[in-house]
Design a protein around this ligand. Structure first.
Ligand code: FMN
Length: 180
């Protein structure tokens, strides 16, 4: 399949997740075009058979560029197999309120953009202290403390389960290939 992979990132973890997904898809023989949402907003959409859309949650919403891309491309996206990768710290835990919150954030994204993902995978993100400013660093230390996660404010902490991501992407692609 020709797979379009569009992502938006604030501190870089979603780019890393998108790269891992792209590598998995390419090694399974697909042709993957990986583009940042901001870069695909201005030009024409490339042709594709299936698409992966990836973004991260900040203060209860996905990146504005990702929203704008999904709104613009919804007619094409809704006609083919799609996988939405939602990256967050809530997905690293099992707090039911956090998971309800993630569902609400996703529902709002779908309502706002009219893009209806065929499949959704929630992916645990990372604390990227090396990317935060002073205030963000304090806020994220506070959140880590609330969640009982031990952090070192000078070191990034990756919570992404790369094996689970790999499985989710491979399974989606094989189901998608059977449809196109
Ligand atoms: C300022 C800020 C706000 C965040 N808000 C949320 C949130 O509302 N819910 C959540 O689950 N994670 C939240 N996160 C965690 C991010 O989703 C997580 O760090 C993710 O790995 C960021 O991905 P990125 O590096 O691609 O931007 C927040 C992180 C930051 C720095």
């Amino acid at each position: 399949m020709r797979i379009l992979l569009v992502y938006a990132t604030t501190e870089g973890q979603t780019r890393k997740v998108a790269r891992a997904a792209a590598d998995r898809l390419a090694s399974d023989g697909h042709s993957v075009e990986m583009i940042a949402a901001a870069d695909v907003l201005t030009g024409d959409l490339p042709d594709f058979d299936a698409a992966v859309v990836a973004g991260s949650v900040h203060l209860g919403r996905f990146q504005k560029d990702l929203e704008a891309f999904a709104r613009k491309a919804a007619p094409e996206l809704n006609c083919c197999p799609t996988l939405f990768l939602s990256i967050s710290l809530s997905a690293a835990g099992d707090d039911p309120d956090d998971w309800t919150g993630l569902q609400d954030i996703l529902d709002r994204f779908v309502a706002d953009t009219v893009f209806q993902p065929g499949r959704v995978s929630h992916v645990a993100g990372a604390f990227r202290f090396t990317e935060y400013d002073f205030f963000r660093s304090w806020a994220m230390r506070w959140i880590a403390a609330q969640k009982g996660v031990k952090v070192d404010p000078h070191t990034d902490l990756e919570l992404t389960d790369w094996g689970a991501l790999d499985t989710a992407v491979a399974e989606w692609a094989s189901a998608a290939a059977a449809k196109v």
